[in-house]
Design a protein around this ligand. Structure first.
Ligand code: URA
Length: 442
């Protein structure tokens, strides 16, 4: 039987673990022999005292082999996925997965739920009534073979260790740590049966990696692990100081993603979608270079093929396709307040971290593991950095079931915006790219 107390004590006292200690800790936690409270103590000890590269590698391997590693070699084509390290308003996967599949590259995608102040793809998909993210392996493979895309969460069978650890990290303030993020992402991505992976490593105030240097280090760790397991990896560093797009929260984001699939050009969202989707087409062998790939992707949005693919995915996963065909159909999506601007001028900045935390408290995320998210809670921003604004003009719409806290929420939304007398110099969204071990700055 594992002596969990001993392992926690060793990490608390600053020692490094060997492969077998990490393997037995992760195996015993996955089976339930190690409890949540013991694992929470170990997570915090590792977070505070650090982990070296050998420990990171052992952690990734143990989490990967906590469940099945899928073999999709009998499904034709190079299978390519994308993963983001987490942001606010980051609804990219909902647009990108059907888009890339519509362009002929199969996309097997295992995603996560909300984490810390950031939203999760699973919660957003489940805002579509009936949508199921817990499919069997047979369903997962059959859907990928038949329609070229499938989006699920970690299950009892695939990456079960990440399923448990992810939920625990979310509520124990142990998210923003490179070894945990790298092992979490790569264990599920390697388990899902991909040939190649595109990574969107966020940097800035609303990201887990606040500095570009940390984001680069995370990108390098992720790509090194991918390369070690024989996967082609390309990483982009993208800026996450202000929320992406306008919607924040499950349904506000899903609705915006659907509108983008209908052809609405939400500029920052679609810039990231096209950049990452183009990389996926190149890695998947369906385009020679990213500029050819981008044209193919743009065409698939404007001719409706990406939207049709999303409708197919929704139908196959039990969701109600009418909310995708007409994204205004959710009648219970009622605004409860508007936050006003405090001054006249230009929106200088919107603090993504504050907006993310606010959305969580409004019901869009979890404060405890057992909490259910409110799919309709969140915000729709009415202004973006650089937009002109008048004092008193509404700058965000708020949606929450916590009606007793509306004025506090509204004040916090207003406080997340800063207004200046001159238009701000906006920083570029795309910061840099790592491919084949070489960095290119944008
Ligand atoms: N995405 C993940 O899957 N895990 C993390 O820890 C962070 C982002």
């Amino acid at each position: 039987m594992i002596n969990a107390v001993n392992i926690i004590r060793r990490k608390r006292d600053g020692h490094s673990h060997d492969d077998s200690e990490i393997e037995s800790l992760i195996r015993s936690y996955t089976t339930g022999e190690v409890t949540d409270y013991q694992m929470s103590a170990w997570l915090m000890a590792a977070f505070l005292n650090g982990m070296d590269d050998n420990e990171l590698f052992s952690l990734t391997k143990s989490m990967l082999y906590s469940g099945q590693v899928l073999d999709l070699s009998d499904i034709p084509g190079k299978k390519v996925d994308k993963h983001s390290t987490g942001g606010v308003g980051d609804k990219i996967s909902l647009i990108l997965a059907p888009l890339v599949a519509a362009c002929g590259v199969p996309v097997p995608m295992i995603s996560g739920r909300g984490l810390g102040h950031t939203g999760g793809t699973l919660d957003k998909l489940e805002a579509i009534p009936g949508f199921r993210t817990n499919l069997s392996i047979e369903h997962y493979k059959a859907q990928l073979r038949q329609i070229g895309a499938v989006l699920i969460g970690q299950t009892e069978e695939i990456a079960p260790a990440d399923r448990k650890l992810y939920a625990l990290r979310d509520v124990t303030a142990t998210v923003e740590f490179i070894p945990f993020i790298a092992a979490s992402i790569m264990s599920k991505k390697l388990a899902e049966g991909i040939d190649a992976l595109v990574l969107d490593v966020k940097t800035g105030r609303g990201a887990f990696m606040k500095t570009e240097e940390d984001a680069r280090n995370l990108a390098m760790e992720l790509c090194e692990i991918g390369t070690h397991f024989g996967k082609d990896c390309t990483a982009w560093i993208t800026r996450m100081d202000s929320p992406l797009g306008y919607g924040v929260g499950s349904w506000p984001e899903t609705q915006e993603a659907i509108r983008c699939l209908h052809g609405e050009n939400v500029t920052d969202v679609m810039e990231i979608v096209y950049t990452l989707a183009s990389e996926m087409l190149v890695l998947g062998g369906s385009a020679e270079d990213t500029s050819e790939a981008r044209k193919t992707c743009e065409a698939a949005i404007y001719n409706g093929n990406a939207l049709d693919k999303f409708i197919e995915i929704v139908e196959r996963q039990g969701g109600d396709p009418t909310v995708v065909e007409d994204p205004t159909t959710r009648i219970d999506f009622e605004m409860v307040a508007e936050a006003p601007a405090t001054a006249t001028g230009y929106v200088n900045d919107i603090n993504a971290y504050d907006i993310g935390l606010l959305a969580v408290e409004m019901g869009a995320g979890r404060m405890r593991k057992e909490d259910q998210v409110d799919p309709l809670a969140g915000l729709i921003l009415l202004k973006k950095p650089g937009d002109a604004v008048q004092q008193g003009e509404p700058i965000a719409r708020l949606y929450t079931g916590k009606l007793d806290r509306i004025s506090e929420f509204s004040e916090r939304a207003t406080a997340a915006f800063s207004v200046s007398s001159q238009p701000p110099d906006l920083e570029p969204l795309l910061v840099g790219r790592l491919a084949n071990g070489t960095w290119t700055s944008n």
